[in-house]
Design a protein around this ligand. Structure first.
Ligand code: ADP
Ligand code: MG
Length: 243
């Protein structure tokens, strides 16, 4: 059997600001149904990489493919809304003037009945059906997070980009919401590129970890392998506070 086509593929993505290289020759893949974690300390270039994939920032060089189709190089540039990408960012809030149902339906096309069915299916999956007519200000942080997840996956994006989506939640809730999120993503079969600076989160959620430092990917592999055989002393130190 031929290898499956990656949902997302980055090749040699580079970006500088004012002469400083912030994303340095980043290449990675996210396979169907898998969570790839872009893991590294604050300031290493993770969010810039995601913004380039989302199409709200432009790379200086390198190429991006979604489902085997070139969506961006230095000549071609498919606009963000046509990239089949779902977004979940910490500060990417729900629309405050729309109900839960309207928030989830926002990116959907098709008949009213089809949209309603998809909204109900997803709200059921994130255990929020009973709050379908509520407004965001009536929800807890964790509940808002679940609605944001439903909204992001509703249009069945080829790839979901998540930038530290759990860092605004308090510790008590975070583990539970991570696990719930992961099980919803797995059930739906959504491929994910998840950005985090927390090794523990990467170990918990990733099928594959890409370890980033100073704009560069220093190591990639299964979580167990990256944790047990870090590429160098700095990588080992980065993982040393979890056990
Ligand atoms: P991370 O998400 O890993 O914390 P970022 O990608 O947000 O890192 O930022 C990496 C570096 O790039 C930081 O030093 C940041 O200040 C810089 N940077 C990001 N965006 C811009 C920009 N638009 N202009 C100038 N510098 C930027
Ligand atoms: Mg960031």
């Amino acid at each position: 059997m031929p290898d499956p086509v990656p949902r997302l593929k980055l090749e040699h993505i580079t970006r500088s600001f004012a002469g400083r290289t912030v994303v340095d020759d980043v290449s990675l893949e996210v396979m169907p149904g898998e969570v790839t974690c872009l893991l590294g300390p604050s300031g290493c270039g993770k969010s810039t990489t995601l913004r380039i994939v989302a199409g709200v920032e432009m790379q200086d060089s390198g190429c991006i493919w979604v489902d085997g189709e070139l969506i961006c190089d230095t000549v071609l540039r498919v606009p963000p809304e046509r990239r089949s990408i779902g977004l979940m960012f910490q500060d990417f809030a729900l629309f405050p003037h729309l109900s839960v149902a309207e928030n989830v339906a926002f990116g959907l096309t098709g008949s009213k009945a089809d949209k309603r069915a998809r909204v109900e299916e997803l709200l059921d999956r994130v255990d929020m059906l009973r709050l379908i007519d509520a407004f965001p200000h009536e929800l807890s942080g964790g509940e808002q997070q679940r609605v944001a997840l439903a909204r992001a996956i509703a249009p069945r994006p080829s790839i979901m980009l998540m930038d530290e989506p759990f860092s605004g939640l308090d510790n008590r809730l975070r583990d539970g919401i991570r696990d719930e999120t992961l099980s919803v993503l797995k059930e739906e079969g959504t491929a994910v590129l998840l950005v985090t600076h927390e090794p523990e989160e990467a170990m918990r959620m990733a099928d594959r970890i890409a370890l980033m430092r100073n704009g560069h990917i220093v190591q990639q592999g299964a979580p167990y392998n990256v944790f047990n055989a870090p590429a160098d002393k700095e990588a080992a130190a980065f993982f040393s506070d979890i056990n």
